[in-house]
Design a protein around this ligand. Sequence first.
Ligand code: XMP
Length: 329
Amino acid sequence: TWTMVNIVEEQIERIRAQIGDRGKAICGLSGGVDSAVAAAIVQRAIGDRLTCVYVDHGLMRKGETEQVERDFVAATGANLVVVDAEKRFLDALSGITDPEEKRKTIGREFIRVFEQAEADVLGDAVTGEDADKVAFLVQGTLYPDVVESGGGAGTSNIKSHHNVGGLPDDLEFELVEPLRTLFKDEVRMVGEQLGLPADIVWRQPFPGPGLGIRIIGEVTRERLDILREADAIAREELTRAGLDRDIWQMPVVLLADVRSVGVQGDGRTYGHPVVLRPVTSEDAMTADWARLPYEVMERISTRITNEVAEVNRVAIDITSKPPGTIEWE
Ligand code: XMP
């Protein structure tokens, strides 16, 4: 619609006015809609002076990294640096079963890896004779976040941003927030307007620590692969049933330290259960368990137990939030 075209044009002009020819910008992509749309707008505004960074922590769902690497790049033409940090994250997570410790570990590693990438990307651009002295950091902050944090209009400088090793001390970091005036549904419309892949534009909420907090027990590559397969089936069937927009999100949780006896063909099995956690919600602050149609539950259960060898039982979580949270960890 013309209003969407206007919003996009207006944001592009605003970003051009802010950045001008003062420097280079960097944007971290998470695989979600906000960072993708923010990056796409800045790309339109300043082209090659934007570099996107995607940290592959190995905790993403099936196909998500490819959506960023291939489809996002094809749609936007943006410069993208992918940091393959799977081994680093898995090493750091080795032996950890406590949920908070997992979150802290993933968060800490993420900042380290991102800052290193930032230094690598900006290092050449901002050092030397006639180098830029401003580095712009693009963030997908939405209007509700701005209101919640009591922030006023305009842009904020975060000079004390962080001490990225290898960058000059007098380098200024300045925030660029192209989505500051938008609500989530507007962000999705802008994303469509910009031709971003539907899988990214319509992706349901997914936590930063990824599948790391959906494996109850230690996170290992093998367990991640099992969960990725089960989760892909559940998402596929939800989409096939046309329920994506009715269900807020549906985590699939692997009870990796639990085993249960089953029977398949002539044999006894001793595998793991997965739990489906479909919820409806307005804002994730509260949630209700979703009454999935029986046929959909049946298809998901049959397919997961047939197609994922290590899973022999599918359970469904019927707890509201509160008292349950949406995620299990
Ligand atoms: P809970 O489990 O607290 O989740 O009911 C509420 C919403 O937040 C998401 N979530 C996260 N999102 N980083 C994120 O970006 C996180 O660490 C994180 N933990 C939970 C969750 O998926 C749900 O949408």
